[in-house]
Design a protein around this ligand. Structure first.
Ligand SMILES: [Fe+2]
Length: 451
């Protein structure tokens, strides 16, 4: 039974463009770039800084003893000395419905929201974050209900009234092709009356990044994102956040067949090349939902993740042609952060023969939904024609579900990333773990990993 339905890539692009009024005359006349933002208070010098990462979190199916809330509490302990929070997608399960936001997002993360002490009064489409909260959309944030699931949800409604803990994590409708995500996190210019648009742009699009006018993100005041994919800079490090839900297919007739996100790939290519050529930039981090490399049992050869690998590889090959081929000491990206695979995993690609060589690929997808095991074949991924396969990536850390019976372990996870001062960029990963042992939640910080 198919539980969720997913719109075509072209439908996702078209709907999201319409929601942000991409290319509207008022934007063009002001020279506003809707794919970048400046975060108020972001350091500009190459200072040391830290940030938090989590993903695949938005679920209420465990009720009061929610692992999502346990992971959130792990992260709250760090909020005083970190710059921002990245979410690697699947913000709200199962189908990204607006009905699920109060229970699956607002309640567990209420401390990060202005007015969170009265979280029941907060609306999902009027959230303001105290600390920069920067998500990318996951596949579940774009899903809609399939017919069997509509039926199941309808049948379960009377039961749920009697037994509230019976949760399917769906409401009566889906995300409406990512509409709930857009209303929760993006600056939905299409929702504003025409006569208010100019004033809104003059008020909130006063940032400037590399000479280009863009949205000014102000923690505690205005915390909307300009687009489904975007770029910002923090202490000389460029962060590119992608929407991989339009990069997860190869397209029936190859690139440019109308069901391919050429525009986003060109944007990433130009952004990375400009970043490499900018002496003020000391490193590059990429964030997206689908992991191009994973050894998690259900995702390591999923068609979508392999398509994202190919799509990203083509972009990085072109970046390498412009700025030089990657070496172990000089990968084209300092770190790639993803979710989707329900674990915390650090993969490292070797010499793939492409621009994606020598990159640390960190999956942070154990934020509170379900947990998965590593595949039984182990952590070394092979690629190549049959009979000539060779290793392309290796898993250096895997934390998720392990063991069986009395030895079953379910370790939910998030991550703290620390950047040292100076150039070139040096990063340290600090995995944060929450695990229920003998009926009690136990917090643990694993040994730091220096990249
Ligand atoms: Fe996902």
């Amino acid at each position: 039974m198919t539980l969720a339905s997913e719109a075509s890539i072209s439908a996702k692009i078209e709907r999201m463009d319409r929601r942000i009024r991409r290319g509207h005359g008022e934007l063009l006349s002001r020279g506003i770039d809707q794919t970048r933002l400046v975060i108020e208070g972001a350091p500009t010098a190459a200072d040391a800084f830290s940030f938090l990462v989590m993903g695949d979190s938005g679920s209420s199916r465990y009720g009061a003893g929610s692992p999502q809330r346990q992971v959130a509490e792990l992260l709250f302990e760090h909020q005083q000395d970190v710059g921002f929070v990245l979410h690697t997608g699947d913000v709200v399960y199962l189908v990204g419905s607006s009905e699920q936001y109060p229970r699956n997002f607002i309640r567990p993360y209420r401390e990060w929201l202005v007015g969170g002490e009265h979280w029941r009064r907060l609306r999902f489409d009027a959230m303001t974050f105290r600390l920069p909260f920067l998500p990318v959309p996951g596949n579940h944030d774009y899903y809609d209900l399939s017919r069997p699931l509509v039926l199941l949800a309808g049948l379960s409604n009377p039961l749920r009234r009697l037994w509230p803990s019976l949760v399917f994590d769906v409401g009566s409708h889906g995300s409406r092709v990512g509409e709930a995500y857009a209303r929760a996190f993006l600056d939905g210019l299409a929702l504003r009356p025409e006569e208010e648009l100019a004033g809104h742009l003059d008020r909130h699009y006063r940032g400037e990044l590399d000479g280009q006018r863009c949205l000014a993100y102000r923690p505690g005041q205005f915390t909307r994102l300009p687009n489904r994919y975007y770029h910002f800079r923090w202490a000389g490090v460029d962060v590119f956040a992608l929407d991989s839900n339009t990069l997860h297919q190869d397209g029936a007739a190859g690139e440019g067949d109308g069901n391919d996100d050429l525009r986003q790939k060109e944007w990433l290519l130009k952004g990375l090349v400009a970043s490499w050529r900018n002496p003020a930039v000391r490193g590059r981090i990429l964030v997206l939902h689908h992991p191009p490399y994973a050894s998690e049992a259900t995702k390591w050869r999923e068609p979508q993740t392999l398509a994202v690998r190919r799509q990203l590889r083509r972009v990085l090959d072109r970046v390498a042609a412009e700025v030089g081929a990657p070496t172990p000491q000089r990968p084209l990206l300092n770190l790639v952060l993803t979710g989707h695979a329900h674990c915390l995993e650090l993969m490292r690609s070797g010499d793939t023969g492409h621009g994606d060589s020598h990159i640390p690929w960190l999956i942070c997808g154990g934020g509170g939904y379900s947990l998965r095991r590593q595949r039984p074949q182990g952590g070394t991924l092979l690629a190549g024609p049959p009979g000539q396969e060779r290793p392309v990536a290796h898993s250096e850390l895997f934390v998720g579900r392990s063991g069986h019976g009395a030895r079953l372990r379910r370790r939910f996870t998030a991550l703290r990333v620390e950047a040292a001062a100076g150039s070139p960029l040096k990063l340290t990963l600090r995995p944060l773990v929450s695990e229920k042992v003998s009926g009690h939640w136990r917090k643990e910080q694993l040994a730091p990993i220096r990249l």
